[in-house]
Write a protein that binds this ligand. Structure first.
Ligand code: AP5
Length: 213
């Protein structure tokens, strides 16, 4: 199964991708996670993208397209994959279609998460993520038992640099301008499945599973 998860920052793409990965045994490919690791490790790519990410701007198309092209050719993607945060522009979407075409494969479904802006800002300003296992907590909706410590693995929790209120507003605006047009693109291809992303995580997951199977 080859899936794209589409939605604004905080819509729950990462949360649902992890559940889908467990259920279907296919890798989650999160461009955000890959880029954050590059920044943390201060690789050449990390140094190049750091300022874009900190400001909540998209990194250059070519860079992220090349990264995805390489990743989906890896062995663990032969049985399918979940794209979380890619594509995000019309150029990225067109290049993805072209690349998959040359590989003789195509996307099975594009799952779009619909969540209102107030909920998105609340989710992101309160998000805490584990440095070790990536588990996510929220300072009011899903508190960790001990402040700053992951319930699952004991790792330290951190807040993302781009989860500051003014950066979130910029990310939401960029989503509207650059990524939202992809909803129409995939609808025209007959691949779009829209999920009400406002409910409880497991309710949302049930909706996703019922739409893709
Ligand atoms: P990226 O890491 O992809 O960030 P994003 O798209 O802004 O998405 P988030 O990770 O913030 O949110 P999410 O939808 O995954 O929600 P989550 O499950 O975490 O990208 C970061 C940056 O990298 C970009 O700004 C850009 O600079 C760069 N980049 C990445 N990809 C790129 C590309 N293709 N092109 C160019 N640049 C790119 O959930 C959020 C919170 O809500 C959590 O606390 C979670 O616990 C909570 N939550 C989740 N679901 C629910 C629910 N149902 N109810 C209540 N709370 C929930």
């Amino acid at each position: 199964m080859r899936l794209i998860l589409l939605g604004p920052p905080g819509a729950g793409k990462g949360t649902q991708a992890k559940l889908l990965k467990e259920k279907y045994g296919i890798p989650q490919i999160s461009t955000g996670d890959i880029l954050r690791k590059a920044v943390k490790d201060q690789t050449a790519v990390g140094i190049e993208v750091q300022a874009f990410m900190q400001a909540g701007n998209l990194v250059p198309d070519e860079l992220v397209i090349n990264l995805i092209k390489e990743r989906i050719k890896e062995g663990d993607c032969s049985g399918g994959f979940i794209l979380d945060g890619f594509p995000r522009t019309q150029i990225q979407a067109a290049k993805l279609t072209e690349t998959l075409g040359t590989m003789g494969i195509e996307i099975d479904a594009v799952v779009e998460f619909s969540v209102d802006n107030k909920a998105l800002v609340d989710r992101l300003t309160g998000r805490w993520t584990c440095t070790e296992c990536g588990e996510m907590f929220h300072e009011s909706a899903r508190k960790s038992r001990v402040d700053g410590i992951c319930d699952h693995c004991g790792g330290a929790l951190f807040q993302r640099d781009d989860d500051k209120r003014e950066t979130i507003i910029n990310r939401l605006e960029i989503y509207k301008q650059e990524t939202q047009p992809l909803i129409k693109y995939y609808k025209q291809q007959g691949r779009l499945k829209t999920v009400e992303g406002q409910g409880d995580v497991h309710e949302v997951f049930s909706q996703v599973c019922s739409l893709i199977t």
